[in-house]
Design a protein around this ligand. Structure first.
Ligand code: Q9C
Ligand code: ZN
Length: 342
């Protein structure tokens, strides 16, 4: 399987993540990619190529322009205001503070465009997010050109990024950008299956009222897990999109037997939809030793995950999302791709 990768993903090395009331060294770190690419090389998974630049238009096809302008200038404004640390949101439009106005001050703007407070915005954030979407789009080009599957080794991840919000380590929604691009290149129907431990709230948000992109997510029950406020089973889409969003919230401690049953349910729905392209939001934070998650998948289970996805028989684009057991992330992610290819 072709792999799209860039060493420039290393430029993103944020210093702080707000976690447990402390500023900790971020879980979403550059070593994640190092372990995955090392393992892909060792396993001789396939050719490794550099991403090509695709510009901003595919991003504006799904994200709000004001949001993208904010991302591109936020750090400059934050520094100009003399703040010492990385930019972290600390106030939001909430119930009875509806946020009808976008504040002038960067602190207010940060809250307006953030959906969570763990993710620091830094000098590299926008550029890194652009690089990540170029990795996804270059891998997509390959799938569109020859019908073969490909792996986009994206970093930062994307599936929490909504139409006009960042958070959960995500700024630009890579799977959504790729899905929209496939439609703009002539596809009629694209399915996005999100197997990251966390609900793909951003992807759901972007396509919620549409029936040309089927969105499905298997994840920790939002009653107990991030992002808490979206990802419930009753969220099935709206308007023309009714029936085209499917959530499978699963309890803490879910093991592979239960998880795989829900994967099969998702696959039935995908087959019924008859997509021309399948995009997998590939998080491996479902791993038993993941430091911020609570499912119980084992390394060898990921081979079976790949095998089960391959049974759909669709051109498939794998896009890297989460996974924070850094030393095992390479084995787990590459096992999915090996299981798919064998
Ligand atoms: N104390 C992805 O997997 N909550 N994002 C962290 C740590 C945010 C995960 C809590 C989790 C975001 C792409
Ligand atoms: Zn995740």
């Amino acid at each position: 399987m072709l792999i799209i990768h860039s060493d420039r993903t290393r430029q993103r090395r944020t210093q702080t993540e707000l976690s447990g009331g402390e500023l900790v060294s971020p879980f979403e770190c550059p070593e994640r990619v190092d372990y995955i690419i090392q393992r892909a090389r060792d396993a001789q998974l396939g050719d490794i190529r550099e991403p090509m630049e695709h510009g901003i238009d595919p991003v504006l096809a799904i994200h709000d322009r004001g949001y993208i302008d904010f991302l591109s200038t936020a750090w400059q404004h934050w520094k100009a205001d003399g703040h010492a640390g990385e930019a972290i949101a600390n106030i939001w439009p909430t119930r009875r503070m509806p946020g009808r106005h976008i504040p002038r001050n960067i602190e207010g703007r940060l809250g307006y465009y953030a959906l969570a407070g763990e993710t620091s915005l830094t000098a590299d954030s926008f550029e890194s997010a652009l690089l990540s979407k170029d990795i996804a789009l270059t891998a997509l080009d390959h799938v569109l050109d020859n019908g073969n599957s490909a792996f986009a080794l994206c970093r930062p991840p994307g599936h929490h990024a909504a139409v006009d919000q960042f958070g959960g380590y995500c700024f630009i929604n890579n799977v959504a950008v790729a899905a929209q691009r496939a439609l703009d290149k002539g596809h009629q129907r694209v399915a996005i299956l999100d197997v990251d431990f966390h609900h793909g709230n951003g992807t759901q948000d972007i396509f919620y009222a549409r029936n040309d992109v089927l969105t499905l997510s298997l994840h920790g029950d939002p009653m107990d897990e991030f992002p808490y406020f979206l990802g419930f089973a009753e969220e099935t889409g709206e308007g023309p999109g009714e029936g085209f969003n499917i959530n499978y919230p699963l309890p803490s401690g879910t093991d592979y037997t239960t998880w795989a049953k829900h994967l099969e349910l998702a696959k039935e729905r995908i087959s019924e939809f008859r997509p021309e392209l399948l995009i997998i939001a590939l998080g491996v934070d479902t791993f038993e030793n993941d430091p911020i998650s609570s499912f119980k998948l084992k390394s060898e289970d990921y081979l079976d995950v790949g095998h089960r996805i391959a049974a759909l028989g669709l051109p498939t684009l794998f896009v890297m999302e989460g996974g924070y057991a850094v030393e095992e992330i390479g084995i787990n992610a590459v096992n999915v791709l090996k299981g798919f290819s064998n």
